[in-house]
Design a protein around this ligand. Structure first.
Ligand code: PLP
Length: 226
């Protein structure tokens, strides 16, 4: 895998050059991350707390670590001190736990709310009813150590480009709706994290500000080897 060449190719194929690239390095050896760092990447996405913890000390301090996977409450504390952005906040319960851990270490933790846009039930995320319930609750307004910086979503895994486009468009629509609504100061709709190796161009056409790209940079993942 020529990581540098892959990165160049991807950057050159961006529909929106201002869109931020997050290199999704889950399951990949540290040497691959170092190669991407050498090629100019500073933002890395991982989906397991243990892996992010193991890799974090191995890269320079200006590396930004994005937690993109499903996060368990009892593991927040391990990444709370350094994580740059938690993309997958999919319940009010989890958001409250992150707030609690932030309080403990006196750090405001930046997060994105994951919204369920795919057809697959297996994917995580708020549906609109759950989201509205949370936003309307008194408890929500009392949060003090989280900063909600935007939304994240994953489209259905399908060849149907129009289906994918429709789902991204729905997410963008929700993003704009929230942006134009009076919400507590710790909610700032700035980032829309959508798009992966197979659909980042569609996502950019639909307004993505951050794409999370793994296999197109580092090659296919082999889960049987961990
Ligand atoms: C693995 C993963 C990605 C990257 O997927 P690729 O198809 O390899 O680009 C992006 N987002 C999330 C949430 C992931 O888990």
């Amino acid at each position: 895998m020529d990581i540098k060449a892959n990165l160049e190719h991807i950057k050159n194929s961006f529909v929106n050059p201002a869109c931020q690239l997050i290199a999704v390095s889950k399951t990949k050896p540290i040497g691959d991350l170092k190669a991407a760092y050498q090629a100019g990447i500073r933002d890395f996405g991982e989906n397991k707390v243990q892996e992010i913890q193991a890799k974090q000390p191995e890269l320079p301090a200006d590396t930004r670590w994005h937690m993109i996977g499903h996060l368990q409450s009892n593991k927040i504390k391990y990444i709370a001190p350094f994580v740059h952005l938690i993309h997958g906040v999919d319940s009010f319960k989890l958001l409250k736990e992150i707030d609690k851990q932030g309080k403990k270490i006196d750090r405001v933790i930046p997060v994105l709310l994951q919204i369920h846009i795919a057809e697959e039930e297996s994917k995580f995320g708020f549906d609109e009813v759950e989201l509205e319930e949370m936003l309307a609750s008194e408890e929500f307004k009392t949060l003090s150590h989280v900063k909600i910086r935007g939304l994240m979503g994953m489209a259905t895994f399908t060849e149907n480009q129009e289906q994918i486009r429709k789902e991204f468009r729905e997410l963008k629509h929700l993003f704009e709706k929230l942006k134009n609504r009076p919400l507590p100061g710790f909610v700032q709709m700035e980032e829309l994290s959508m798009g992966m190796s197979g659909d980042y161009q569609i996502a950019q056409e639909e307004g993505s500000t951050m794409v999370r790209i793994g296999s197109a940079i580092f090659g296919a993942r082999n889960y049987s080897q961990g």
